[in-house]
Design a protein around this ligand. Structure first.
Ligand SMILES: [Zn+2]
Length: 310
């Protein structure tokens, strides 16, 4: 198995949304539980404690005033950024850890120390806008990482792929002006958050793949990989970032896609194989959605095993 970094941070557990909220801490706890049932994989992973992203790093993608607002709200004991998006007293530490774990994955990949990684983090990120939280997301972990890869590591081209069942509207909003970042999002349509039509192309750097629910699962895999291939014609990425949302699995309470574990395996392998040919296998994956904890844990296990090619 090729080395895979499993990056986590205990602070991701102190973002307290309450147990009645779908995005609760039990999601993260399901991941090590699933890993322990695969002892070879558990032993084979490079376990890493991530760092906190700084306010300056978050401002690579976000409005600095918004970043300060989230910090102040958490310091004041918490609040809400929208009807679904909770800030608790621990949320600043959690959200900066979530972004920081993904930045660590980028650092590891660029240095060549560990080219493939998975950041098991919360809160998720792909709905967060430049100056607003949205849809359980405080900061755009993947969008920040994409800008960080370019600004701090001088990478020329970044590919982001997003197979969460919801449109990665926040990622799109934060990269659509930047032709050196290509973004592919496959998502249920029409569905939350309502954006993600195929006609939304940014500056020609956005590929949206809106899909009906309840299709045969291979249809999603094929559509996703076709869009990845379209997005990389004449564009060889220097790093691949994955918004790994596992609410696209059959049985998730917040989506109607039908993917099974074998499709998580297939999409992951397809991306790591492409990354091998493009950029020495640099793949940094970050958890987004996934609201059936047992399915989520198993999917993360399958995903990490496939990242390692084992
Ligand atoms: Zn989602």
């Amino acid at each position: 198995m090729t080395e895979v970094a499993y990056i986590s941070h205990s602070d991701c557990g102190i973002h307290d949304t309450g147990w009645s909220h779908p995005e609760h801490v039990g999601r993260l706890r399901a991941i090590p539980r699933a890993l322990r049932e695969d002892f070879d994989l558990f032993q084979g992973l490079s376990h890493r404690e991530g760092r906190h992203a700084s306010a300056e790093e978050l401002a690579l993608a976000h409005d600095p005033g918004y970043v300060a607002t989230v910090m102040a709200m958490a310091e004041a004991g918490g609040g809400r950024l929208d009807g679904d998006t909770v800030v608790s007293s621990g949320s600043w530490a959690a959200a900066t850890a979530a972004a920081g774990c993904v930045l660590d994955g980028v650092d590891l990949a660029v240095s060549g120390e560990v080219t493939r990684s998975f950041a098991a983090v919360r809160p998720p990120g792909h709905h967060a806008l430049r100056a607003a939280g949205m849809g359980f997301c405080l900061f755009g972990n993947i969008a920040v990482a994409a800008h960080y890869a370019r600004a701090r590591h001088r990478l020329d081209r970044v590919l982001i792929v997003d197979w969460d069942v919801h449109h990665g509207n926040g990622t799109q909003a934060m990269i659509q002006h930047e032709p050196a970042i290509h973004f592919v999002s496959m998502h249920q349509w029409p569905w939350y958050p309502g954006t993600g039509a195929a006609s939304e192309r940014g500056r020609g750097n956005v590929w949206n793949v809106p899909m009906a629910p309840a299709l045969p699962p291979q249809r999603y895999v094929d559509a996703f990989l076709s869009a990845v291939d379209a997005a990389t014609v004449g564009f060889t990425p220097d790093i691949v970032l994955i918004s790994a949302g596992f609410d696209s699995l059959r049985g998730d309470p917040l989506g109607g896609f039908t993917l099974e574990m074998e499709h998580v395996d297939a999409m992951t392998r397809a991306m790591t194989e492409r990354a091998e040919s493009w950029c020495g296998g640099r793949v940094v994956s970050a958890l987004e959605g996934g609201y059936a904890p047992e399915l989520l844990g198993m999917a993360c296990r399958i995903h990490m095993r496939a990242l390692g090619g084992a």
